[in-house]
Design a protein around this ligand. Structure first.
Ligand code: AMP
Ligand code: GLY
Length: 435
């Protein structure tokens, strides 16, 4: 089978890595890929949203399965385009990708499907938006409805901060077109989980549950980012909770998408808030694998990924995906200035000998003409640690992140802090700390 992965981030490196592991001899391409994917696949120098050239390349290389990593090409209709040419694509149509590309649309889907989510309003005009803010209780979250690479949600402690955020988006064009519609919603308390399902639009196969770390700095402080680290599995995501997520969220959402004649195939990602009584609320949907969640989840899959993607891409129920025992923790290495203005160009040194269980996935890197690896984006690399226990995986991820060197390296030292606290609580009194 000839496969093509679309994208150039850590998620796409992890996708190539997982597909390569299951298919050591298969032809594997990545467009445009990065220096990491170049080691395990053939990179094609085509931008992820250049639909014409991707369609030509799929033709030229006789691609059987295209797996689309990022949301932008999906929202622009890459899957529709390839499907119209008779190709199997793993990823939703542009109409179905609206579930991520328009938060106003997503909120309407949740409301019509009876899925629990924060009460909200959507606005394109300033005055009604400000009047709505005035009527809400604090805190509030103001969101750009469109795609904003993880920067579109502004958590506001007071109504006056919320009014400022609304003005910034609607009046000052703070996030351009993405913020021309705003969603204003109540703040939800609890613990976040990323639950992802492979789906053909009707049947689902859950992937291991992960927890992302959206804030830039240790202790969940600083601005929101695309994600600074993740781990999987998460001990609060037991079978009862996952059954509830399927019954109350995933199936009603998929049914609603069918009613809208926009059946969703691919990975349906639900960003959940688990409230203090254990009930899941939807914060957002994404139309693809999470990044950096994928870098924790994919290495844990022992069998069935390729088959599942292949079947779902052709409308069949996804195959069973087997998950290895153990845990994965992923630390994102970012560049100084991320998420606003990341510095680029510094030379990166990755040690030849990494700890056993460590995998380094590339994201914003490039090879210079001299062959040196250089920083080329906000999220530069991800350091995944695999271990038999969460604490072991956490230690390997952190050691690996520490051992990689470049000027301006920024990373969180507390990925998995909530899980670490739970592990400590479960330990007998007097047991020594391993981290
Ligand atoms: P979103 O862009 O909708 O994924 O939001 C990004 C992040 O902002 C989420 O992962 C949460 O950490 C936070 N957030 C968004 N909406 C809410 C909400 N209603 N209540 C609490 N936190 C939220
Ligand atoms: N890490 C969250 C996302 O991929 O949107």
């Amino acid at each position: 089978m000839r496969s093509l992965v679309i994208g150039s981030g850590g998620r796409e490196h992890a996708l190539c890595w997982a597909l390569r592991r299951e298919n050591p001899d298969a032809e594997l391409y990545c467009a445009p890929g990065n220096p990491g994917t170049a080691e395990i696949a053939t990179n094609l120098p085509i931008a992820a949203d250049d639909l014409d050239r991707i369609a030509d390349a799929a033709d030229m290389y006789g691609i059987d399965l295209t797996v689309v990593g990022p949301e932008v090409p999906l929202a622009r209709g890459l899957a529709d385009r390839l499907r119209a040419e008779g190709r199997a694509v793993f990823g939703p149509s542009a109409a179905a990708a609206q579930i991520e590309a328009s938060k106003a649309f997503a909120k309407q889907v949740m409301s019509d499907a009876g899925v629990r989510t924060a009460p909200s309003g959507a606005f394109t005009d300033l005055e009604p938006a400000l009047a709505f803010v005035d009527r809400q209780s604090e805190p509030l979250v103001v969101k750009a409805s469109g795609l904003a690479a993880g920067k579109g949600a502004i958590v506001c402690t007071t109504r006056s901060e919320a009014a400022k955020a609304v003005r910034w988006l609607l009046d000052e064009g703070g996030l351009g077109d993405a913020g021309q519609t705003v969603v204003i919603e109540s703040y939800l308390e609890g613990e976040e989980l990323s639950v992802m399902a492979v789906t053909n639009g009707k049947d689902v196969e859950l992937l291991p549950v992960a927890q992302d770390h959206k804030r830039l700095l240790d202790g969940d402080t600083g601005p929101n980012t695309g994600g600074m680290g993740a781990y999987s599995p998460v001990s609060i995501a037991g079978p009862a909770l996952l059954e509830r997520v399927k019954r109350d969220i995933l199936f009603p959402t998929l049914e609603q998408m069918q009613r809208l004649r926009a059946p969703f195939t691919g990975v349906l990602y639900t960003g959940l808030m688990i409230d203090p009584s254990g009930i899941p609320w939807v914060i957002e949907y994404n139309c693809r694998l999470g990044d950096p969640e994928a870098q924790s989840i994919l290495p844990l899959l022992s069998q069935g990924l390729t088959d599942s993607l292949w079947r779902a891409a052709r409308g069949q129920p996804p195959a069973r995906i087997n998950v290895a025992r153990g845990a994965a923790v992923t630390t994102v290495l970012a560049s100084r200035g991320y998420p606003e203005r990341p510095e680029k160009g510094a030379e990166i040194k990755v040690p030849d000998a990494l700890p056993s269980g460590a995998i380094v996935f590339h994201a914003g890197t490039r090879r210079g003409e001299d062959g040196a690896l250089r920083v080329d984006g906000g999220r530069v690399l991800t350091a995944t640690g695999l271990g038999t226990t969460f604490l072991e995986a956490q230690r390997i991820s952190r050691q690996t992140a520490e051992s990689i060197q470049y000027d301006g390296k920024v990373f969180r030292h507390d990925i998995g802090r909530r899980e670490a606290a739970r592990v400590q609580q479960r330990r007998p009194i007097g047991a020594s700390q391993q981290v």
